[in-house]
Write a protein that binds this ligand. Sequence first.
Ligand SMILES: Nc1ncnc2c1ncn2[C@@H]1O[C@H](COP(=O)(O)OP(=O)(O)OP(=O)(O)O)[C@@H](O)[C@H]1O
Ligand SMILES: [Mg+2]
Length: 328
Amino acid sequence: MLTLDRLDKVYRTGTFGTSDLHAVRQVTLDVQRGEVVSLIGESGSGKSTIGKMVLHLLDSSGGTITFDGRDVTHLGFRARREYYRKVQGVFQDPFSSFNPIFKVDRTFETLRRSYFPRVSSSDWRGRLEEALAAVSLEPGDILGKFPHQLSGGQLQRLLIARALLLDIELLVADEIISMLDASTRIDVLNLLVELKSRGLGILFVTHDLSLGNYVSDRVVILYKGRVVERGVTAAVFDDPLHPYTRDLLASVPHLDRTWEDVEAEEAERSAALAGRCLYHEALAAQGRALGEEASAADGDDVGLVEHSPGHFVGCFRLAAGDPCPAGA
Ligand SMILES: Nc1ncnc2c1ncn2[C@@H]1O[C@H](COP(=O)(O)OP(=O)(O)OP(=O)(O)O)[C@@H](O)[C@H]1O
Ligand SMILES: [Mg+2]
């Protein structure tokens, strides 16, 4: 449904826009209908930048975005409006998504006027109440209030209700769990799982591996703007291949295992992979090594290879400038 192909983002930074920050490099991934794909990486790895490009809040610097078979990389005003009928985002900071001078009911009224001008007021009221109930919000508690009178969790659930009203096909959820308390957290996670079973595709942005593990069908591991590994959640979590993914997983406490067990397992894996780069080994096996290795040495992204069915890994270089252990 959604495909990103070699998506790039370069920010102009510095006082006079004189230096470039290459925040997203050649990112390729897809999200299918009824599927949750987690985009996981540490702070600054480019997750939100990717989400914002998908939502057309930022222009991309290269590559393409395809939605339902249509190239949506660049959209004019009208096409963008149509796109937002199908694709919406919920963010870490939900306050910024609301107009602070409008009460919540006015915000929803604007939505009705823009997208459903033919729906009667009473019909709309019914739909609105249904959507609010789905996110466990009482209309009476919410509608007459200004955004600053609501909690972060309530605003986030309102954004999800808005997505429900629009009956969207793809939701970009950017760190939406971080500001919720434990009990609301599980409600929102379960809501996402339910929406998924109704066919919604979700790009779930998080730096929290356990959340990624809990909700997603597939995961994409991002490091310094590059995809270093991606695949079916269980495959990536049970058999992490890239050194960065292994570090990430080794640093998460496991309730069911001792620290020593986790360390011993990681030590064994590291010994087995020491001095190797599965990406370049696979290329060599395919007889494609020379040209590809040259570009790896240049610090460009050279993509991923399929190590086992549905499980892809990139070069073991940790960042542009670091050597690849295979010597490329
Ligand atoms: N508007 C901007 N102008 C310049 N640089 C930016 C801008 N937005 C983000 N960046 C930089 O791009 C890189 C990626 O940022 P991004 O917000 O996508 O990371 P993230 O993975 O979402 O991090 P976090 O987990 O902290 O939200 C960072 O180095 C960041 O400083
Ligand atoms: Mg972010």
